[in-house]
Design a protein around this ligand. Structure first.
Ligand code: PGA
Length: 223
């Protein structure tokens, strides 16, 4: 087993019923590998309680799936209508995506905001999965998992080349003790070529994580 992490990101998709069905389906998948990477699915806040409950009663022999959120408030608990603070999240999720390019673009999240989010995540024991789209971008202190996701590759069906992703990730890893994943148009048929690159520590998967069968095919195909 080489890949450290296979992470799905549902974005703003799935009803609560569909989220539960996905989880049942993936738990029924046989994974014959003895060693699996850390498998994480990052879901809407609304889905967290039901998935947490399902995690507490796993099917015998089912793969362990960890739960992540897709965002966290930059503020701590208090008068911030609509926000989800770290102490609300901490009992429901283990990981949290921070700095996804869609949040930077559509919600105008700045480096300062992202730094505050990372600080809050760490304060409440949540592990940040920090997204950058270029190798020079800031990675806040305390981050141990980074996802390199070039903008042209996200949701387009045109992934980066494995060579280029590997080279860029190798550069990013020179910055410290971090695991760096590749994300952008990963599908079952290209997962292996990315995970078999020496510098790439795993995958962050958007569209293909919505289907339990595609997501499990990626897990099976990953190196
Ligand atoms: P995609 O999304 O796999 O649908 O390209 C990746 C991401 O946004 O993390």
């Amino acid at each position: 087993m080489k890949s450290a992490y296979i992470i799905g990101n549902w974005k703003a998709n799935k009803t609560v019923q569909e989220a539960g069905d996905w989880f049942e389906e993936i738990q029924a998948q046989p994974f014959d590998k003895t060693e699996l990477p850390e498998i994480i699915i990052c879901v809407s806040f609304i889905h967290l309680p039901i998935l947490k409950e399902k995690l507490l009663t796993p099917k015998p022999g089912a793969p362990v799936i960890k739960i992540g959120a897709q965002d966290i408030s930059r503020f701590e608990e208090g008068p911030y209508t609509g926000e989800i603070a770290g102490n609300i999240l901490k009992d429901l999720a283990e990981y949290v995506i921070i700095g996804h390019s869609e949040r930077r673009k559509y919600f105008w999240e700045t480096e300062e905001t992202l730094k505050a989010k990372v600080k809050n995540a760490l304060k409440f024991g949540l592990k940040p999965i920090y997204c950058i789209s270029e190798k020079e971008m800031i990675i806040p202190e305390g981050v141990e998992i980074v996802a390199y996701e070039p903008l042209f590759a996200i949701g387009t069906g045109s992934p980066d080349t494995p060579d280029n992703a590997n080279e860029t990730i190798a550069e990013i890893k020179k910055r410290g003790q971090i695991k760096v994943l590749y994300g952008g148009s990963v599908k079952p048929d290209n997962a292996h070529i990315f995970t078999s690159q020496p510098a790439i520590d795993g995958l962050l998967i958007g569209g293909a994580s919505l289907s339990a069968s595609e997501f499990s095919a990626i897990i099976k195909n990953a190196a």
